[in-house]
Design a binder for this molecule. Sequence first.
Ligand SMILES: *Cc1c(COP(=O)(O)O)cnc(C)c1O
Length: 467
Amino acid sequence: MSLQYLSTRGQAPVLDFEGVLLAGLAQDGGLYLPQSLPSFSASELRAMRGMSYTELATTVIAPFVEGSIDRDTLSGLVEASYRDFRHQAVAPVLQLDHDQWLLELFHGPTLAFKDFALQLLGRLLDHVLTRRGERVVIMGATSGDTGSAAIEGCRHCEHVDIFILYPDGRVSDVQRRQMTTVPGDNVHNLAIRGNFDDCQALVKASFVADAFLPDGRSLVAVNSINWARIMAQIVYYFYAAFALGGPDRPVNFSVPTGNFGDIYAGYLAHRMGLPVNNLVIATNRNDVLHRMLTTGTYARQPIEASLSPSMDISISSNFERLLFDLYDGDAAQIAQLMADFSEGEISLTDSALARAQKLFTSAKVSDEETCEEIRLAWEKTGQLLDPHTAIGTRAARLCARDGEGPMVTLSTAHPAKFPAAVARAKTGQTPALPDHLADLFDREERFDTLDNDIAAVHAFMAAQCRS
Ligand SMILES: *Cc1c(COP(=O)(O)O)cnc(C)c1O
């Protein structure tokens, strides 16, 4: 019997894995979740301890895709997804201090943790589409890391054309070049004359009306509301815990957080049986989640640019998935809360807040503190941290509680991706791009510049889709 997925708002059709893979957002505006979460007993977890990253990934993911993808196929897709990571362990754990550790998630092709999900997502999509004899179009807006990771994940997909919109002149040189230098006649970079919000508005409007696509093709979302992305990220929480004595010793994680996708995967690992005491929500000045956890009020504020741009958000979409559990899966209540939230702010009930505070803690880290943390880490450990990771290690120390065991900070990006922030930290170091990207600034760029005009964007996309 295959696992079914339902919407947090309860008014969309129940789907199987293949359905949620291709759906993205549910029709009722909610997010898809498994109807019942697979879980592992302590003895099953102990048996998983010696597994390689790819064996573990296959074991953890298999129950989520049952009925859609058989185990051997899954294993092949997983192997292919992580084969090109530049560390043999895929997700190595490194010690920083007595009880402080780093989980390095930046050894994939685009140097950020998003590769873990998007390498697999591209392969899952192509597999399913081949079997169905269908083609789809991926459309996404990016201000940074998602675009390049999605392009790298889908560049070899036979059945996918991918269009990434970014604000012209407003993404960093490294990030733009990681998108625009990827060859492939199914890869399209659209520099939009506008800001990130304009790009996102174009994408949202396109999902509502995708009739402009040729041959009845549909649009697929690759932002972190896609369930398959969350699913792939659950794996490395198990992997890190096993490296540090789990499941017989509880561990803690500090997660540099924006849209709440990554840390939500850690929450799921815990609910699937992994002993975890403390999940630290590490935020920059865009602290909507820190305010929620300390005051119980979830309220949008305007985005402010920071040194950690991948965490610059005004709301965290995936938080709705946690809310669903905090309110005992009461979809009607979630639908009402989200409707209220779209009008202003919402307050959690005392019991929902108390539940959240039992597992989660949080901290907010300023740009100045981020720079100081990069410098301190360099001086004390010889590790050069990227600004997102530095927010994580800072929050890890602020939120660590005595006797809780090892604290693992997720290192979400390679420092060479954010050279300006690292320079501001005055370590005297300039992080070099890894070998496979060393000639990034010599490669030819390919992109098209378009007005912030939906008709122009649609005409361009319709003309460029492969037949
Ligand atoms: C995307 C990203 C984050 C935030 O992850 P969420 O899943 O959105 O919370 C943090 N750090 C880096 C480097 C990222 O690219």
